[in-house]
Design a protein. Sequence first.
Length: 447
Amino acid sequence: MKTLKILAIAALMAVSGSTMAQTLDELAEIVRKAATEEAQINKEREAEFLAARDNQRGLLTQAQRELAQEEARSDRLKAEYDRLERELAELETVLQERMGNLGELFGIVRQASGDIQASLDDSMVSAQFPGRGDFLSELAQRKELPNVPELRQVWERMMTEIAQSGKVVKFNAPVERANGEKVNIEVVRVGVFNAIADGSFLDWDTSKSRENLIELARQPAQRFRGMASGLQNAAPGAVVDMSVDFSRGQILRAVVQTKSPIERVKEDGGPVGYVILGVGALGLLLCLWKAFVLYTTGGKISKQLKNETANKANPLGRVMAIYTDNPDTDIETLELKLDEAILRESAPLESGLAFIKVLYVVAPLLGLLGTVVGMIATFQMITLFGTGDPRMMAGGISTALVTTVLGLCVAIPLTLLHSFLQGKSKALIQVLEEQAAGIIARLAERR
């Protein structure tokens, strides 16, 4: 390509020979030089190509030699691996033969270590001796046989748990308060059953990332807390009363989850429960008011019975005033006027009793309404979620039962109070009738 360029330049120069003043010899000389230079360049390129070819052949030979060496090394390693694998299989066979009954012992130790670890982690003794199950956890996961000292440690862990289950001890430990605050205070442990601090019962919680004592959000009755305080403040060697949860905290956990009567009314009674309580409160207030009126009136009547002078500030005095105001009236007319006065005085004494009767009749009906509402909610849950989980139906059933109980708790006292007040009212009316009959009888004797 370069030669063609030179020839083209030479031709252009020949064409323009008149202007550049060059001869054909000069042009020939230029062409010869260009050909010579081109030949020299071609030789140099050929030499470079041959050198690169020889170099590549050397590299290929070296790579083939290294490949052969690596293949030979691979064959040696494979033969060594097969030999070691056969030797390992022979050694495992010898190990199994020599282990004999120790293999069974190894399995028993691993299983026993796991079981003991779970038991120790769930025990309140671990609050006093933290981390004692770590060794058993490592032993349960080990793949080689334990030695005699390690087996003795397993035995020592078991005996420590047995010994501590019969002791009442004091020690300092971190306790999580009901409000989430963590403090390090003195704890009294009663065997493996209960732990108390500052007069409050504690629970050994293993459900979190780390084991710790937590204060129960809801404590047992005050008398049990008093026992706990007495035990914590007791002198060494003293004998005091203490309640023990032999279920290892299950009963105390149930106390936390159990609803109080007020919580049951709030959460399970629902609107019907509040209506029943309102009816009960209204009925109780009405009964108290009626009892106050009847006993006040009864006291005034009792005072009037001791006084011959009629006092119109009480029912009996107003009845007696009929006679004193009409001394010349015949017996038949006076009797009619006395009957009218008794009827007039009976109405205030009996007022409100009918409404109380309505309330104690309505209360169980409202309870029945709540029962129906609760059962409807229960059947809705069954329709949506089936009967696989009884807890889904517990809310409706609880509403049904709580409202029924509330209805009966309101109806029964109101029924008894109504009967008592009605009897008291009738007794006062009977006093009025007896006194009116006595007035008629005395008047008849005079005439």
